[in-house]
Design a protein around this ligand. Sequence first.
Ligand code: KIV
Length: 258
Amino acid sequence: MNKKINDIIAKKNKSKIVSLTAYSKNIAQIIDKYVDMTLVGDSVASVLYNYNTTRKISLDAMIEHAKSVRMGVHNSLMVFDMPYNTYKDKKNALLNAKKIIKKTKSDAVKLEGGSKIKDIVKHLIKNKIPVLGHLGIMPQSVRGKFKSKGKTDSERTKILKDAKVLEKLGVFAIVLECIEKSLAKKITNEVKVPTIGIGSSVYCDGQILVTDDLIGLTNSKIKFVKKYINISGNIATAVKKFKQEVKLKKYPTKKYSY
Ligand code: KIV
């Protein structure tokens, strides 16, 4: 198996896994120095294209983003989030996964789902495509409001079972999205592969966030989003300064002219 994947697996119970999304080379090359995993997430659909669902992003659009990201990723594991309808059945999933890996040189793919997609996950892994699982809120299946998971006994039983199914199939890690903390803890304790949480408490083996949220490029009000910097403010300051200098003919000076 890919060394970077083995390194991620080896972090379980030793060191937290740090992961973020990237949709372009410029962001990828900044985060790559600090993260273990870079995800070309289908969240690009809402973050950059303003779609009301991740279902609307096409495979080809995501491939273009991933090609850009690839140019900035040299250290971390690069994972491609397979968009809606690209893993409908075993044949379609393998064809698309091969296309993704050939065109973007991604190290692995991520699929949303558990038992329901077990044959597809199994088929990809059998064909040497490393798979990252994703349970809890699965945005490709949500219609309407997102609700956290693991509040009822039946939901908890189903998610835990799905995590064990994915583990058995050979996924190298599982993203847990918005799962109630005691369930996230239980899954993390009971499966051997790392869990990577997003809104699923500190008990996961690692954390992932959407970079645009973390740097304050979006206006996300989601509970788990922590803004570590307000980059929009910095951009606005630079743009205002540029505007002022252009108006006052202070830019470009001799230094910036031919
Ligand atoms: O699409 C995405 O960005 C994701 C993560 C945030 C887990 O699936």
